[in-house]
Design a protein around this ligand. Structure first.
Ligand code: NAI
Length: 775
């Protein structure tokens, strides 16, 4: 991969500022330029204050320098990548690129972030050499969080330039790369805005409500919770209107162009300033904590209504997404009619767009999954419903299936994808045959390995999978990946298997989140029944496991990502190395349910903190212990993997993968590196604790917090139990204790708390509402 040492971002608006921030997240120094230095500085400031955060941690902002075009353009020579993200105006972009070219030197890649202008128009007038280095790179907002990066090469773009931009996007910035053709709105916004506009059209025609449409176009059909109108409120109706107008204006050759016509309802809303979140009201608004929805027939807001469509109620009971979708589009009520017409229209529209917007179905499906967070892209949806069945129903409706579907039915096996021997292949229109899905080097997919019979051992909670090259992967797969008896049993078996036939172990999975912790429901049941012995035994087992992981003779690499909470965090802590996805929200959150970490997590945090004291030093461990205490007592969760370093959950030697899809491969590589370096487990050592003296200090601290009203009386009580553990109990200052001794204190504290009514109330509340209770 060509190194990305320095980048320049032109334009410090919504996108420019956020793209610069994300480059800084990746450790790339950036120069952020705008009309003048003050505007650029303001743009950077906006990124610093963005919610959700644009920077992983505030200190990253130091990598972003700001300036005006006049002086700043002098510095573009020598940059590896210049990203243009100024206003969406062809003349402005062209004039700016002309100025850039005057300072540009061969080798520097230049790209435009335009979302609607033809990329070839933007670069018109520039030299051939410049054009060979030019392409479109279309980020989605917010670029840190949205996975998709559309790359739009032009016919004159050099292949190494395309490859470098793709590698930077993928490996350095962690994006999912899709190759789009230079057609209006590229792939995701073309299909996405078509689907959105079609949904509005059908809503008006069938007289459905805003809530109906959001219910029908959300998780029920594998799309995000924000569905149609909450997404619009987030994006802003003005932006949505711009995209639609751009499509309508530029799509003279699209036979469904009229779908993009902006409906009077949108014009009316825009005139009233109802643009969504940013203006306080859109399709929804919040008044005194109550969410109201727009009744578009009266143009008045009214309290949000429950959706009563029979098709929806029936579909909610179906787990399997394919079955659910099939039943929904077959339903005869307004919900069913809406979805059949919407989904079939999108399927036809997407089917006709190949090869117009992309070479193949893979790029289209990936674009919709990564850019719009659909669980299934349009061609994957064709397969869910069955192309032959859909084509049959279309024919009955008097509508034609697109030629690509006919080809799949005539010359293919009747589906767009097939998976012979565990490798996914797609139907290629020009070839009229199947091809292997373009691999993503560095991306290991556990499901593929499982399909290729690489499972070594498994039970209901977890599997052990052979990753090849002597490394095995322990995958959790229980509901929300909670850690229960099954998981623990399999982990013990996994260690035994690794001891015998592998060189190292990766603990990782590819679900939505790494792990939600222990099974709270089970724990609550045990507590209500007063099964203290069982609880104690389970804790002891979990502690024993985590200690065994820490001192295991072969390297263990944990690969957390997304939410990695409580018990999930405790499994990560003992690993020889952690390779975390950049977006990792890790934390010991037990106090939130009135407990303390008692799977060895409290002990390990104390061990780590005191290990920071140089050997032989007389330094006072109290501030280190207090740091750990605060992290656990306040149930701090990292806002990124980088932030997890600050909280002590990750160590300096632990690695971060910008691209979460690469995590398993990266963790495997990290594990192999340890193997090659002759890994030996750490030696056991005693832990210096602060004892009674430290406890009094923490007690005072808790008292102050409580009298200041920052914590409740019960928080204080939990805090005292935690303080007892982190200080090592009632022993003398600087006594050296074993991990087992601290484990015993963890168990005692936990058992003392789990029997309390208020702790059980907290657990119940979290289970019922998903939110912590402060009592
Ligand atoms: P913005 O309006 O927030 O920022 C545009 C920036 O251009 C401002 O900082 C402004 O000072 C600067 N500017 C204004 N006039 C200029 C001139 N004459 N010469 C040079 N710079 C000038 O716009 P935003 O949303 O950041 O969009 C930037 C680009 O990214 C556009 O091409 C847009 O289509 C594209 N885009 C926007 C997305 C979004 O969600 N906002 C998503 C993906 C792409």
């Amino acid at each position: 991969m060509r190194p990305l040492r320095r980048a320049v971002v032109l334009g410090s608006g919504v996108m420019g500022g956020a793209i610069a921030a994300h480059l800084a997240n990746a450790g790339v120094p950036v120069l952020l330029l705008d009309l003048d230095g003050a505007i650029a500085a303001k743009g950077k400031e906006r990124a610093v204050n963005a919610q959700p955060g644009a920077f992983f941690v505030p200190s990253r902002a130091q990598l972003v320098a700001t300036g005006g075009f006049d002086d700043g353009l002098e510095q573009v020579a020598g940059a590896d990548w210049i990203i243009e993200a100024v206003v969406e105006n062809l003349d402005v972009k062209r004039t700016l690129l002309e100025r850039v070219e005057a300072r540009w030197r061969e080798g520097t890649i230049v790209s435009t972030n335009t979302s609607g202008l033809p990329v070839h128009d933007v670069v018109e007038g520039r030299s051939d050499a410049f054009r060979r280095h030019f392409l479109g790179t279309h980020f989605f907002n917010p670029p840190r969080y949205l996975k998709l990066l559309e790359i739009i090469p032009l016919s004159g773009t050099d292949q190494p330039v395309i490859d470098a931009a793709a590698a930077w996007g993928d490996v350095v910035l962690g994006k999912g790369i899709v190759y789009a053709h230079d057609r209006p709105n590229f792939i995701a916004n073309r299909i996405g805005s078509y689907g959105f506009r079609k949904a509005v059209q059908l809503m008006l025609e069938l007289g459905l409500t805003i809530e109906d449409v959001d219910e029908l176009t959300g998780p029920l059909i594998g799309r995000p919770r924000s569905a149609t109108f909450r997404t619009t409120d987030l994006v802003g109706l003005d932006t949505v209107i711009n995209v639609s107008e751009n499509a309508y204006h530029n799509l003279g050759d699209d036979n469904e162009r009229d779908v993009f016509l902006v409906p009077p309802l949108f014009r009316e809303m825009a005139e009233r300033g109802w643009l969504g979140e940013k203006s306080g009201s859109g399709f929804y608004r919040r008044v005194d904590g109550e969410i109201q929805a727009l009744d578009y027939t009266t143009m008045e807001y009214r309290p949000r209504r429950k959706v009563t469509l029979p098709s929806v109620a029936a579909a909610r009971l179906i787990e399997d997404p394919a079955k659910r979708l099939r039943q929904l589009v077959a339903a005869s009520d307004a919900g069913g009619q809406f979805l059949w017409r919407l989904v079939s229209s999108i399927l036809i529209y997407a089917g006709k767009r190949i090869p117009e917007i992309a070479d193949d179905v893979v790029n289209v499906d990936r674009a919709m999954r990564w850019g719009y967070a659909w669980d299934h892209g349009p061609f994957e949806t064709w397969d869910l419903l069955g192309p032959a069945d859909v084509a049959g129903r279309l024919a009955a409706d008097g509508r034609a299936a697109p030629p690509i579907v006919q080809a799949v039915l005539d010359r293919g096996e009747g589906t767009f994808y097939r998976t012979p021997g565990g490798r996914r292949e797609y139907f290629d229109l020009t070839l009229a045959d199947y091809r292997e899905e373009p691999g993503r080097p560095g991306v290991l997919v556990l499901a593929d390995l499982k399909a290729r019979n690489r499972v070594v051992d498994a039970n209901a909670g977890a599997s052990l999978i052979d990753l090849g090259d002597g490394i095995a992967c322990l995958e959790f797969h229980s509901k929300v990946n909670t850690i229960g008896e099954d998981t623990i049993r399999l982990m013990h078996r996994a260690m035994e298997a690794v001891r015998q036939q592998f060189d190292g172990l990766v603990i990782g999975n590819q679900a939505k989140d790494f792990s939600g912790g222990a099974n709270l429901m089970l724990l609550l049941l045990e507590a209500q029944e007063g099964n203290w012995d069982d609880v104690s035994l389970a804790l002891r087992e979990f502690q024993r496991l985590n200690l065994a992981l820490r001192y295991f003779e072969k390297p263990v690499v944990a690969a957390p990502f997304g939410r990695t909470l409580a018990g999930g965090c405790e499994v990560v802590l003992p690993a020889a190395r952690v390779q975390a996805a950049a977006e990792t929200y890790i934390g010991l959150v037990e106090t939130g349910v009135g407990l303390i970490p008692a799977g060895g997590g409290t002990t390990e945090m104390v061990r780590r903190a005191t290990a920071r004291i140089p050997p032989g030093s007389e330094a006072d461990p109290t501030p280190f212990v207090r740091w750990v205490f605060e992290t656990i007592a306040l149930a701090k969760v990292s806002s990124s993997a980088e932030d997890a370093r600050n909280l002590g959950y990750l160590r300096d030697a632990d690695g971060i993968s910008m691209n979460g899809d690469r995590l398993i491969q990266d963790a495997k590589d990290a594990c192999l590196a340890l193997v090659r370096l002759g890994y030996r487990p750490p030696l056991r050592d005693l832990i210096p604790v602060v004892g009674e003296r430290g406890f009094s200090a923490l007690e005072t601290y808790l008292f102050l917090l409580r009298t200041a009203g920052q914590i409740s009386e019960y928080d204080e009580a939990i805090g005292r139990k935690l303080a007892h553990v982190v200080c090592g109990g009632r022993v003398a200052y600087r006594t050296r204790v074993s991990e087992e001794y601290l484990h015993e204190l963890e168990r005692e504290a936990f058992l003392g708390l789990v029997g309390e009514r208020k702790t059980q109330d907290r657990m119940r509340h979290l289970l019922q509402t998903g939110r912590p209770l402060r009592n």
